[in-house]
Design a protein around this ligand. Structure first.
Ligand SMILES: NC(=O)c1ccc[n+]([C@@H]2O[C@H](COP(=O)([O-])OP(=O)(O)OC[C@H]3O[C@@H](n4cnc5c(N)ncnc54)[C@H](O)[C@@H]3O)[C@@H](O)[C@H]2O)c1
Length: 406
């Protein structure tokens, strides 16, 4: 056991350590934010829907896991790729997973967390065995929420790397940075266009290939229940970020993901009377999103415009579960995508953000953007800046990965 004081040293938006107590508190707060189960009376443990969440330790996947457990009463498994505590602390997702497991157990939900590479067949086999042995051999839901920089194709051993680049021309954007003292600065950054096989590489990592491989794998083991539904998370975003996002290399990957949904859907309808969909979610501060040029400025301005009307991931994912489980009607656009991003993309909101974006400078940014909120959000990704946590006190960092209890 190693109690230590964990300090918040960072390089830009990346922190070297994570705070276990802060991560735990944030997970508890997310659970609290979910309304009680829609159905009265708890389903018998054996009748609870069986769900698999890929990417369960952070961002939208964490919200999918917590909302699924707290609202839809799911049991099943979550998969993520996190680092154990060692010389440094564990990753924030490690501690969030431990905290989620504790809450799941407290509420009587049988939920197992696996740590490993979701892109590998080894992990797919482990999950398939688990579903078979522990969860009655039938999966009702699969939520796919992976954001990763690399993927190794199990068939060929080739590793692909995703890049965030515009397609065609270089992209010059305003961007928000914080100097050594934490003072905000609005500068410009230029990103050169995709070259060589950048687009194919990004599609190979962030497109739908691995999602389809999961479905193939589980269908091949006859693990999909009648009426099985699967959802992968997607993003469209603002015209202000379109050159780097929706029209860029990552946008090509999202288009591939959405096409994969249509292909999978055709197949699942026939095979198990099932469905495959994408869910388009709104902008949120996550480790993945803060890596995208210009997104920090965009999100801080969006918050400046919307304030508390900005819909957090946990509220969006509660809506998603309600639609999946039939508590609310399934609401898809004409491309068969669930849209949980409408609060972000209404013309009035986008016009207001665009207006602020145009005039933003280092001098006026404090008046235009929610800078304090943004700074807190970034720190909270690592468990810092959480109200009620004593950061001067030593804390146990050697937290074990949740054990499977039988
Ligand atoms: N953040 C946003 O603004 C936003 C908005 C709309 C949609 N989305 C979508 O949501 C999805 C998740 O993004 P996020 O921002 O929540 O990301 P995130 O970085 O917060 O979380 C990524 C998750 O993927 C897991 N992961 C990464 N590599 C893995 C691997 N090889 N094996 C197993 N797990 C792995 C991580 O452990 C983590 O749980 C993406 O599809 C993204 O496009 C994000």
């Amino acid at each position: 056991m190693t109690e230590r004081i964990v300090s918040s040293r960072s390089r830009g938006f990346l922190f070297l350590d994570s705070h276990p107590a802060g991560c735990t508190r944030l997970v508890q707060d997310m659970w609290q934010a979910v309304p009680d189960p829609a159905r009265q009376g708890r389903p018998d443990a054996d009748e609870a829907p069986v769900a698999l969440v890929i990417g369960s330790s952070a961002g939208y996947g964490l919200a999918a896991t917590i909302a699924g457990l707290a609202r839809a009463g799911i049991r099943g498994a979550g998969v993520s790729f996190e680092k154990a505590p060692g010389r440094r602390t564990g990753t924030a997702g490690w501690y969030r997973t431990a905290a989620t497991a504790e809450l799941a157990a407290k509420h009587g939900r049988d939920f197992v967390f696996l740590n490993g590479d979701a892109f590998s067949d080894t992990l797919k086999d482990q999950v398939a065995d688990l579903l078979d042995e522990r969860f009655g051999g039938k999966l009702d839901y699969l939520v796919y929420s992976v954001a990763a920089p690399r993927r190794t194709d199990p068939d060929t051993g080739v590793t692909f790397a995703s890049v965030l680049k515009p397609i065609g021309e270089a992209y010059r954007t305003k961007t928000l940075v914080f100097d050594g003292e934490g003072a905000p600065e609005v500068t410009t950054v230029e990103t050169g266009p995709a070259e060589g096989d950048d687009i194919e590489q990004t599609v190979a990592v962030m497109g739908g290939t691995d999602w389809a491989r999961w479905i193939d794998h589980l269908a091949g083991r006859d693990l999909l229940a009648q009426g099985f539904a699967t959802v992968a998370l997607s993003y469209i975003g603002s015209p202000l970020t379109a050159s780097i996002y929706r029209q860029g290399t990552i946008g090509a990957a999202k288009a591939h993901l959405e096409q994969t949904a249509r292909d999978l859907n055709d197949r699942l309808v026939k095979e198990v009377d099932g469905r495959a969909l994408t869910s388009v979610n709104g902008a949120a501060v996550t480790q993945s999103s803060t890596a995208i040029p210009g997104i920090a400025l965009y999100v801080a301005l969006l918050r400046g415009v919307l304030g508390d009307a900005m819909v957090p991931p946990i509220a969006q994912l509660t809506q998603l579960w309600d639609q999946l489980t039939g508590t609310a009607p399934l609401d898809v656009d004409d491309e068969d995508r669930i849209r949980l991003d409408t609060w972000e993309l209404t013309p009035a909101v986008q016009e207001a953000v665009a207006e602020r974006w145009k005039t933003a400078t280092t001098e006026n940014i404090p008046a235009l953007a929610a800078l304090d909120w943004f700074a807190v959000q970034v720190q909270q990704l690592y468990g810092f800046a959480v109200p009620g946590i004593d950061y001067a006190a030593p804390v146990e960092t050697d937290v074990p990965w949740p054990q499977r209890t039988t």
